[in-house]
Design a protein around this ligand. Structure first.
Ligand SMILES: *Cc1c(COP(=O)(O)O)cnc(C)c1O
Length: 464
């Protein structure tokens, strides 16, 4: 057991906070992201066959400090992962030749975001109840985050959740996962606009102090440290089971960089990790960055893996903070230049250090469909397009055939049936708990892209 961590901002000027305040704050007041003041170290004399739940208790304890007791933490972890539809929570599938798939999609909404959000939902409820506060969570989604956040927050007394999604731009499965949850504190709102419009509305609500304070606005987006923390567990768990003390590599289909930064955290805590491979779709800004040490912002292009259609990955700032020697002032300068001029470049030493562990590659839509077809034909494994990107990245960039490589499966194939059917001819079946999704009653409101109208709706519909 190491000493509990506190949290500092990557930009260096916001106050240091404890875990509870970081959980509720999300972004730091200086515009930075919260990171631990030091990396706790994992014990080495552990049973490599420990269960997922036991590993979660061990890995998370030092991060929460005294915000929760060990008993409270254990209770929340058991409840969160009890909602998963697989006994092992995150099963490992062996493909031979040291290739392993880590399935992270057995939670209620079929994407890996459930692993973090199921636990974060319990943590919000416990902390808000102890502090006698209520929170109104407002989020924008292009698909997966919205349903995972809704499932995490539904039926919780201390919370209301409003999710804004763009009209006609989310898949049928994704929309129904958000609109068929019959819970009084859940509000799915279709906006007559794009995902960017939804995001701008949320930003505007946070930028409107009277509204923000009146409803006590909160967020569950992936810059929240608690989400990264919960994801560290499966890297530690998989590395121990697969490597048994020897190094393991990971290939991670990446968008906002929250998932793969959890791998970096596991590494800094002492988990033996050889390579971290970042898989991207045609939106290849991270591939540029890991190949050349510099990146330039382009425009976002739609792809078969929509949850990775992104240009600026917010959580990359946490890795940059380490590369800049934890110096908030020089990172702030670099980030402001990046936002202003659209370009960021590393120095030679920083790049050499980065390349020891990190690499990235961009996978086209055609290559993604081809991989879905190949894995179905050769391995009898049906994978979703995001997972396929990670599998191709692992094939391309694995540098040592002796070191096992774990590819993360981030969504269930039934979540993206169109691409899977196109690639294989097979229509993937929804798991039992969602089998009747298409006959459930939908309940949602359609609103114009108008801040005043959306704010009035939130004020009127939140419970008081
Ligand atoms: C969100 C998401 C990703 C990207 O994860 P990041 O943490 O944003 O990098 C990849 N695959 C799926 C299915 C997702 O929902």
């Amino acid at each position: 057991m190491t000493e509990p961590v506190r949290y500092q901002s990557t930009r260096g000027t916001a106050p240091e906070l404890d875990f509870g305040d970081v959980l509720l704050a999300g972004l730091a007041t200086d515009g930075g992201l919260y990171v631990p003041t030091h990396w706790p170290t994992l014990a080495t004399d552990v049973d490599p066959d420990a269960s997922y739940i036991d590993t979660a208790n061990e890995v998370i304890a030092p991060f929460v400090g005294d915000t929760f007791t060990a008993d409270e933490l254990a209770e929340m972890i058991a409840a969160a992962y009890g909602s998963f539809h697989h006994d092992e929570v995150v099963p490992l599938v062996d493909l031979g030749d040291g290739r392993i798939v880590l399935e992270l999609f057995w939670g209620p909404t079929l994407a890996f975001k459930d692993v973090a959000l199921q636990l974060v939902g319990h943590m919000f409820e416990k902390l808000l109840t102890a502090r006698q506060q209520r929170l109104t969570i407002v989020g924008a989604t292009s698909g997966d985050t919205g349903s995972a956040a809704i499932e995490a927050c539904r039926d919780r007394e201390a919370l209301d959740i409003f999710v804004l999604f763009p009209k006609g731009r989310v898949s049928e499965v994704q929309r129904r996962q958000m609109t068929t949850v019959a819970s009084p504190n859940v509000h799915a709102v279709e906006i007559e606009g794009t995902f960017d419009d939804c995001q701008d509305l949320v930003k505007a609500m946070f930028g409107h102090p009277e509204f923000r304070d009146d409803v006590n606005l909160g967020a569950v987006n992936s810059i929240n440290w608690a989400r990264v923390m919960a994801q560290v567990v499966y890297y530690v768990y998989a590395a121990r089971k697969v490597g048994k003390g020897a190094p393991v590599s990971f290939s991670v289909p990446t968008g906002n960089f929250g998932n793969v930064f959890a791998a970096e955290t596991a590494r800094r805590m002492g988990t033996p990790i050889d390579q971290l491979i970042v898989g991207s779709n045609r939106n290849d800004i991270l591939t540029q960055f890991f190949s050349t040490g510099s990146m330039a912002i382009g425009s976002v292009e739609p792809s078969h893996s929509p949850s990775m259609d992104i240009q600026v990955s917010s959580n990359l700032e946490r890795l940059l903070f380490e590369l800049y020697g934890r110096d908030g002032a020089s990172l702030t300068e670099a980030m402001l230049r990046f936002r202003g001029e659209g370009v960021l470049g590393l120095g030679v030493d920083q790049m050499a250090h980065l390349s020891e562990t990190w690499s990235g590659t961009s996978v086209s839509d055609d290559e993604t469909l081809d991989a879905i077809g190949r894995y179905q034909e050769q391995m009898d494994l049906l994978v979703d397009p995001h997972t396929a990107v990670g599998l191709v990245a692992a094939e391309r960039l694995r540098r040592n055939p002796e070191t096992p490589i774990v590819s993360l499966a981030t969504a269930h194939p039934a979540k993206f049936p169109d691409a899977v059917q196109r690639a294989t001819g097979v229509i993937p079946a929804l798991p039992d708990h969602l089998a009747d999704l298409h006959s459930r009653v939908e309940n949602y409101q359609t609103l114009p892209n108008d801040l005043a109208v959306v704010e009035a709706f939130v004020q009127e519909h939140r419970s008081k």
